[in-house]
Design a protein around this ligand. Sequence first.
Ligand SMILES: [Zn+2]
Length: 423
Amino acid sequence: MKFLLPILVIHFLQLQPGFGQNPLLFRDALLFDGEDFHEDWDVLVVGDRIERVGRNLNAENTGQVIDLSGLTLMPGMIEGHSHLFLHPYNETSWNDQVLQESFAERTVRATNHARETLMAGFTTVRDLGTEGAGYLDVGLKRAIEKEITPGPRMLVAGPAIVATGSYGPKGFADHVEVPLGAEQADGKDLIRVVRDQIGKGVDLIKVYADYRWGPGGQAQPTFSPDELSLIVETAASSGRPVVAHASTIEGMHRAILAGVQTIEHGDAADEGIYDLMTQYHVAICPTLAAGDAIMQYRGWNKGVDPEPERIQAKKKSFTLALEKGVEICAGGDVGVFSHGDNVRELEMMVEYGMKPKDVLRAVTSVNARVFQLQDLGRITSGALADLIVVEGHPEADISNLRNVKLVMKGGKVYLDKLDVPDK
Ligand SMILES: [Zn+2]
């Protein structure tokens, strides 16, 4: 018994020794290159990169050939909004996760979440805040890069930045100090906090442009326009983007004008906000699955009960975003629901009226472009070899993205369920 664990771990990390060695030729796939589909195309991988893409490619002398007839080959998917340090709120409330779970527990959980995310075909995540776990995301990212544990490439936000008094956990007596789910800062001090977060290893700055701190607990703007501009200006000087949590019109308005890269959630967005987003080249990450999950945690029996007002409103604003042609990222706020179930957001984008091919573009090439990941999200010569194979046609049924048969990240195979005789 005592040798069981090491054996399992070794088996898991090495997968099938021999397979996955370069060069490697994927043959006769239905290829989705991040933009469009091509039938019977080949992809040659050498080292960590895609060398060539097209029809009837020859394998290099020593190369292995994997026949993908009847299967779809596509870029590794990019999760636009994850929280690897959270797990579903119906298991443990957000407050209890922040206040009661040790950093050790949260890291062990996040390690599992990272593996589940990668195995679901998501080779990159934009992780938008550890929610009380400081810079553990920076550490997890480095551990994955060192191949200590399998996981996706990570863009990390560290603790995120909130206006003093706005964020939770809340409801304690004023003499009780509780750790918060994000870092408080205001005014000129924002310069120091942004720089401090950058120094500690964040790839981007996440701010809460509004939050539920109104007199009746409703969402209200937090930072002033000047404060938001200061945050963006300070981050931009280091080459880093700022992303804004915002659901109110005024919160979004301020964030867009300040120059954020994306608006997260954007629930109340109207025509004017979408026009402003287009004008300022800001994308929206609608996080449909999070709202859907939360309403179900609160007792909504989907498919049986009438649709709650919040869901109806979200559908309406998402439909308007489609009509207005706003740039839409794919990101579900996964962590609110289970890691590894990331496809749920893509299914909901289709359910709410987005064309399946546009959803596939969103989760690959659009996310890559918006997040400035130049070598990812496309299958093209010179790009990083982040590739997945799925069974079935994902445009015919987006849920086919759940049938992941192979995951490759940087030319290395992490999951292989292909039963190909000649490999
Ligand atoms: Zn989130």
